[in-house]
Design a binder for this molecule. Structure first.
Ligand SMILES: [Zn+2]
Length: 87
C-alpha cells in the first residue's frame, strides 16, 4: 500500500514519524535523568546496578475519639483509655 502513496505524502509520513521518534527519545532521556531512583547508577556499559533499596515502613496512627491520644491502627481498642475504635 505504501507504493500507492505519492512521493510527497510518503515523505511527509516519514518526516512526521522521524519527528515523533526524535521527541520520544529526547523525552525518555530526560525522564531517565530526572526520575532515576536513589542508589541506582548506570555504569559505562549501560547496565543498571541497584546498590540499595529503600524500605518504607508506613505506620498508621489513629486518634482516639475519647482521650485524644494517638495509637497504632493494629490495636482494636485504645491502649490509653480502652475506648473502642471508630469503624
Ligand atoms: Zn483513648
Amino acid at each position: 500500500m505504501l507504493q500507492a502513496f505519492p512521493f510527497d505524502s510518503f515523505f511527509t509520513l516519514f518526516f512526521v514519524l522521524f519527528v515523533i521518534i526524535l521527541i520520544l527519545s529526547v523525552l525518555t532521556t530526560f525522564l531517565r535523568i530526572f526520575r532515576r531512583p536513589r542508589g541506582v547508577e548506570s555504569t559505562e556499559e549501560g547496565t543498571v546496578v541497584v546498590k540499595e533499596r529503600e524500605i518504607i515502613r508506613e505506620i498508621v496512627k489513629i486518634r482516639c475519639p475519647y482521650c485524644n491520644n494517638l495509637y497504632d491502627e493494629k490495636y482494636d481498642k485504645c491502649p490509653h483509655c480502652g475506648g473502642k475504635r471508630k469503624p
